[in-house]
Design a protein around this ligand. Structure first.
Ligand code: AMP
Length: 125
């Protein structure tokens, strides 16, 4: 299996500084920024800086340093946004992949959602 990464996707442009973003956290290998169309009071996207299409691509090809950095960045975002279980009411992580996952932007991203009761996990199709 090979993953074709489109370096013209909007998150690649954000990483190159060609499009602005509202940064929540930047680490060595990851960037977190506010979703432009928030679906909840907290709606932050966390992306790796590397060219990975999806979670499965990242799991297969990212270095251990990138993976540790990314997982820790997601946890830190929950804390920064005050939705972590230490202080807040909880959160949901979503990572859409491919056609059936209805992924719009083909660069791995995890949505961190919270700040209200998010309801059941999936709406009926
Ligand atoms: P997905 O459907 O999982 O690929 O989600 C893509 C997300 O990217 C959506 O929630 C969009 O609102 C968000 N998005 C698209 N363009 C931007 C942008 N320039 N800055 C921040 N978020 C964006």
């Amino acid at each position: 299996m090979s993953y074709d990464y489109d370096d013209q996707n909007i998150f690649a442009k954000i990483l190159r500084g060609e499009i602005p973003n509202t940064t929540v956290l930047e680490t060595e290998h990851s960037l977190a920024f506010q979703d432009i169309t928030p679906q909840a009071p907290t709606h932050v996207l966390v992306i790796p800086k590397g060219a990975y299409v999806s979670f499965d691509h990242f799991a297969l090809e990212a270095s251990e340093a990138e993976i540790v950095d990314y997982v820790r960045a997601i946890g830190s975002v929950a804390k920064i946004c005050g939705v972590d279980l230490g202080e807040g009411g909880g959160f949901r992580l979503i990572s859409n992949a491919g056609q059936d996952g209805v992924q719009e932007v083909p660069h791995l991203h995890v949505h961190v959602l919270g700040g209200r009761n998010l309801g059941r996990m999936l709406a009926k199709a």
